[in-house]
Write a protein that binds this ligand. Sequence first.
Ligand code: SAH
Ligand code: SF4
Ligand code: F3S
Length: 464
Amino acid sequence: MQEQNAYYLNQIYSQNMQERQQTGRIRKCLTHTFGCQMNERDSEILFGFLEQMGYEKTDVEAEADLILFNTCCIREKAESKVLSQLGELKKLKQQKPDLIIGVCGCMMQQKGMADMVRVSAPHVDLIFGTHNLHHFPEYIYNLYQGKGKQIAIVDKEEAVQEGLPSYRDDRFRALVNIVYGCNNFCTYCIVPYVRGRERSRRQADIVQEVKDLVADGVVEITLLGQNVNSYGLDLADGTTFAGLLRELNEIEGLRRIRYMTSHPKDLTEELVKTIAESSKVVDHFHLPVQSGSTRVLGLMNRRYTKEDYLKRVELIRRYMPDAAITTDIIVGFPGETEEDFLETIDLVKQVKFDSAFTFIYSRRTGTPAARMEDPVTLDEKKERLQRLNDVLSQIGRGINDRLQDTVVEVLVEGPSKTNADMLTGRTTTNKTVIFAGDPSLIGQIVNVTVTEAQTWVLKGALAE
Ligand code: SAH
Ligand code: SF4
Ligand code: F3S
């Protein structure tokens, strides 16, 4: 695989360089990345390939010679966004016929979707899915060779690929895949259909990658998996997530280890203990609960009850009383009654989440829940979402208020999105802190005094 790719990459690079010498044209590329960090990571790999082809990155669509849409299909909204943005490119393609437009990612991996895009967006040159990302150089090569539209979707996942290039925007933090795919088949969720079965990377490969990243200046890593807690189980050689964390915790120069996402059913006492004992593993659990109703959890195939979940939370509080707990919640799952919803509100109040991502259920074709009766109106679901969010913000505010005047450790990430004169960063509990400081602090861990607690962010000042 790597040898073939090296050939394609070389050929494309030479052609681009020749063109650059003759005409002065520097080919530029741009990616629209939708969805979760899995997709962000995949886009880094695609950029890595593009860099090796001699492309430069741009943020301006009109300047781009190659535009990729790395798509998500977790909810309907994500899909409609892609389709409308894709439609808008028709004009640009007419003005610039040699513009390459590609669509990849989870949405393309769904049955019939590639065909739908091929027909409805004839200006698209390239379509591929999540399982053949590493064949990207070949598809571009074929386009350069004038072989016409490239449409390549494979149904079956291939073995884990190591040694792919990657391009990262930040020097001080990095996303690291540890397990691909998902075996859980929650009844509402499309991910297992578009990302395939669980495949873990070898622990030695992950550790080596992290060491290389640290040597490169990275201080914070985020380990990625749909369910990191089941990392290693498919390798059947004794590898576990707890074992991986223990080894990564020993890497000198690494400061923080984040991970996403934990499935509550696999959160064991051994794992919580390991996290508590590993000083670099952050004080933050993102533990999606989805619903507080045991009946709904059963329909969702989550394989835990409300009480099971509360026990996991107790476990966390016992070993790490100061850890933040955040979650994902779906309202309006098919057949969710007012009583079910009140169970969710009750659970939220008992746990006191620091924050939560909340979603209205979105019907995904091909999933079991799509065939369930869903009598509750969208208006009613919207109203439930509003009530839930009100409760969550009250609780979030209460938790943040207690941080007023305390000193927190912040990894500085960059200029604040809302005020470019300020810096933004995050605490080990994943809270965003905004404060005045010199941009040279970006990438460093600094002490900040919280001067004003707000519902979802903390304002602060550099502490001496
Ligand atoms: N693997 C992660 C979740 C990945 S998807 C986990 O199991 O925790 C991120 C979130 O999107 C989910 O936690 C869920 O809350 C939400 N989600 C997934 N499918 C959805 C759907 N069909 N409608 C609405 N929200 C959905
Ligand atoms: Fe989807 Fe459930 Fe897998 Fe998460 S664990 S990706 S919600 S099927
Ligand atoms: Fe979306 Fe695929 Fe992630 S469906 S949420 S981008 S795994």
